[in-house]
Design a protein around this ligand. Structure first.
Ligand code: GLC
Length: 496
């Protein structure tokens, strides 16, 4: 078997830079803060870090509204700070992945300012302008229709997200070429990979037909997506050993797999079928199995159950008060499945969502709770995240106990569970086979040597396998490998 690529080996850790670590006391995280905390990531043996956008931005969507694709926003630091972060990460064997936002820019990007200045501006066609809007809606419910009237020229422009995020027109080859140059800019600077934001949206029905009653989506995932992905991949392949992972937020796994399986498009895709399902053994087993069946081994899976857009698993799966246990079981599952685990900052601490009082809400789409700053130490008010009196978002209520420093000292903490999983992962590389452990349990073997079993129920269940317990998600340190505690996940070394 060929040696795995770096992006197949260990976990990739998502950093939401505003909330990771603040070095200059303004209450917002920054690049120097990340550099100062790299040892935390090295101890977690992460293979790479993915930074949510750090580019100059008016921050209407906290960086996903990009005003300059080739620079760093002063709130995060400078290009020199990024160079330093890349060098320091590389020095620890950690790769760096940036967020590339190709579907839309900020309404303050010079391209859009030109485009909206007049109907005959050479950049008019870099965005999508129409006299009459169609029926498309913004992804963000609060934003309503996906079109906004520009008073100056009397036309409407398309925005799949906020009005401050006008969609670029990928049917215009000049736009495609300009965005390819952005990729080269970052690859030349030593960036190892890109996360492709909202990638299905760069291919829309060029006739902009209405969505109502249509049998397929007209506002994303149009047939042109594949030639556009091949174009992007060709640019990335001008460089050695780089990787692209797509935010393929589609609910049809056939379509997700089509972005991956030909070897000339994405390396990895975030699987939204997996993250968007309810907690239950059958759904998870099916999603795991379906990926293998549909790809027939021609694509490498990636697994994630948390990011900056989704409520944290500990809160999301807490309907019966077992959220904390599930957050730990999820870590076992992510590290032990065949594929690349994506871990969202704070997931290794088992953080829940933060409570956001109405007067502190800043996001248009209800995503503040999962974006709370990381508590590094037990000391209020800044918890080692900031020296300011307050951070841009409130901390989780449990920051005094769930902070990294306190967890470091507790052998049973979620942080130490994650470290143990990362240390074990190099041994979990063998063939994966689903194992029938009965209703309520999802189980699989690796190489016939390890058995991984996850109890999706809230009751203790017998386990029809014996072996030596290697890791349990249960903080009490369950040793009875013949049964699974409620919402426990464990890894056994099978008796041969
Ligand atoms: C992606 C990002 C999300 C952002 C949106 C628009 O879904 O993950 O945070 O708001 O794209 O760029």
């Amino acid at each position: 078997m060929a040696e795995p690529a770096w992006w197949q080996r260990g976990a990739i850790y998502q950093i939401y830079p505003r909330s990771f670590a603040d070095s200059n006391g303004d209450g917002v995280g920054d690049l120097k803060g990340i550099t100062a905390r790299l040892d935390h990531l090295a101890e977690l043996k992460v293979e790479g870090i993915w930074l949510s956008p750090i580019f100059p931005s008016p921050m209407a969507d906290f960086g996903y509204d990009v005003a300059d694709y080739c620079d760093v926003d002063p709130v995060f630091g400078t290009l020199a700070d990024l160079d330093e972060l890349i060098a320091e990460a590389h020095g620890r064997g950690i790769k760096l992945i940036l967020d590339w936002v190709p579907n839309h820019s900020s309404d303050q990007h010079p391209w859009f300012l030109e485009s909206k200045s007049s109907k005959d501006n050479p950049k008019r066609d870099w965005y999508v302008w129409r006299d009459e809007p169609n029926d498309w809606m913004s992804v963000f419910t609060a934003c309503g229709p996906a079109w906004t009237l520009d008073e100056t020229t009397g036309q409407h422009y398309l925005h799949s997200f906020m009005p401050e995020q006008p969609d670029l027109n990928w049917d215009n080859p000049e736009v495609e070429a300009a965005m390819h140059d952005v990729i080269r800019f970052w690859m030349d600077r030593g960036v190892d990979g890109l996360r492709l934001d909202a990638i299905p949206r760069i291919a829309k029905d060029p006739l902009l037909r209405d969505q109502a009653g249509a049998a397929r989506a007209h506002n994303e995932d149009w047939d042109t997506i594949h030639e556009r992905l091949r174009g992007i991949r060709a640019v990335v392949d001008e460089y050695e050993d780089r990787m692209i992972v797509g935010e393929v937020a589609l609910q049809d796994l056939h379509r997700v797999v089509a972005y991956l399986q030909y070897g000339n498009q994405l390396h990895l895709a975030h699987n939204f079928v997996f993250i968007d399902q309810d907690w239950g053994a059958e759904a998870y087993a099916t999603a795991i199995d379906d990926f293998e069946r549909l790809t027939e081994g021609a694509a490498w899976p990636a697994w994630f159950l948390a990011n900056h857009d989704k409520h944290r698993p500990r809160s999301r799966f807490d309907h019966d008060g077992l959220g904390a246990q599930r957050a730990r079981a999820i870590l076992v599952m992510l590290y032990a499945l065949k594929g690349t685990p994506f871990i969202y900052q704070g997931e290794e601490l088992g953080l829940p969502d933060a409570q956001i009082p109405p007067e502190r809400v800043v996001d248009v789409d209800g995503r503040d709770p999962e974006r709370a700053p990381i508590p590094w130490t037990p000391e209020a008010p800044g918890y080692g995240f900031t020296t300011a009196d307050d951070a841009w978002l409130p901390f989780v209520d449990e920051a005094g106990t769930l902070n990294a420093q306190t967890q470091q000292a507790d052998p049973r903490s979620t942080l130490n569970l994650t470290k143990a999983l990362a240390a074990l992962r190099p041994q979990l590389t063998g063939e994966q086979e689903l194992f029938d452990a009965g209703p309520g349990i999802v189980a699989w073997t690796r190489d016939g040597t390890y058995l991984v079993a996850v109890n999706f129920t809230d009751t203790e269940l017998p386990l029809n396998a014996t072996g030596t317990l290697v890791i349990s998600s249960d903080p009490r340190g369950a040793v009875e490998s013949a049964s699974l505690l409620p919402s426990e996940a464990l890894i056994l070394r099978l008796a041969v």
